[in-house]
Design a protein around this ligand. Structure first.
Ligand code: NAG
Ligand code: NAG
Ligand code: NAG
Ligand code: NAG
Ligand code: NAG
Length: 222
């Protein structure tokens, strides 16, 4: 428990510089990004940095994953790729995966090129992509469509004072405009960031303290 708390504090203090090293998605299987693959070419063309199966691009102060190649990794389940949500190219081909939930790609708004085993469908369905091709081995989903403008009329789902924003293949979200915020964007005025984070922060602290206390008691009496 103590180690856990220490870890939490450490990751809070060193958060941003730490993250790059900690991204598990880049090390879901052995080996590193190869030059000869689609993602490899893409990475070389960007002068990206290879770490495991990931390609990182530095933009100003920020580094983000732009490519991920998990092909031929013997993956049976693919459940969490969130760390790579900034990726432009992802290769999951040559894996014995049977199904994959569309929600795995929620938030992947930059994704423009996705290779899947041909047993799988493109996330969000064929209608979420400009081009879908399959050669019986690999299914290729190219050029993600903006789900907000797909049939010209999906944005009416958003309440007043908000706009539809794409949120990955087949996904949209409503973001409040201007000064509006809160449930259904009904509140006007500055978003009380300080207050919200203050409450969040103190409740997290309380929860951790409680957890630590109960765990300690348990340890004592068992
Ligand atoms: C891959 O590319 C890097 C950098 O461009 C180069 O140093 C390396 O030799 C290449 N590897 C192969 C196997 O071509
Ligand atoms: C997949 O990996 C195996 C060994 O891990 C290798 O022998 C095989 O050539 C790879 N296949 C492809 C298409 O890269
Ligand atoms: C994949 O299929 C299995 C069995 O058909 C099912 O139990 C599981 O929930 C499915 N997973 C997803 C992510 O759809
Ligand atoms: C999507 O397109 C691919 C390739 O053209 C095709 O094989 C597949 O059956 C299509 N899926 C649906 C649900 O229409
Ligand atoms: C919006 O889409 C529905 C079907 O989903 C269709 O019936 C309707 O005519 C469309 N409206 C406009 C303005 O395109």
């Amino acid at each position: 428990m103590f180690t856990f708390v220490t870890l939490c504090i450490t990751s809070l203090l060193f958060g941003s510089s730490y993250q790059q090293m900690e991204f598990q998605v880049c090390h879901l299987c052995v080996g590193s990004l190869q030059n000869g693959t689609a993602v490899g070419y893409f990475c070389a063309s960007l002068s990206g940095r290879v770490e495991g199966r990931c390609c990182w691009r530095q933009q100003g102060e920020r580094a983000s994953i732009v490519g991920l190649d998990l092909s031929n990794c013997s993956l049976r389940h693919i459940e969490d790729l969130q760390e790579a949500s900034t990726a432009v190219m992802i290769d999951l081909s040559s894996n014995p995966v049977i199904n994959i939930s569309d929600s795995v790609f929620q938030g992947f708004i930059e994704l423009h090129y996705l290779r899947l085993p041909s047993t799988l469908q493109c996330p969000g369905g064929n209608a979420s992509w400009e081009k879908v091709t399959s050669d019986g081995v690999v299914c290729l989903c190219e050029e993600q469509k903006d789900a907000c403008h797909q049939d010209g009329n999906m944005s009416w789902n958003c309440p007043e004072n908000s706009l539809c924003a794409p949120d990955g293949p087949g996904f949209t979200q409503c973001s409040c405009t201007g000064e509006y915020h809160g449930y259904k964007c009904l509140r006007e005025g500055q978003f009380p960031t300080g207050l919200v984070f203050g409450i969040l922060g103190s409740s997290t602290f309380l929860a951790s303290a409680l957890l630590w206390y109960t765990q300690r008691r348990k340890a004592k009496f068992t």
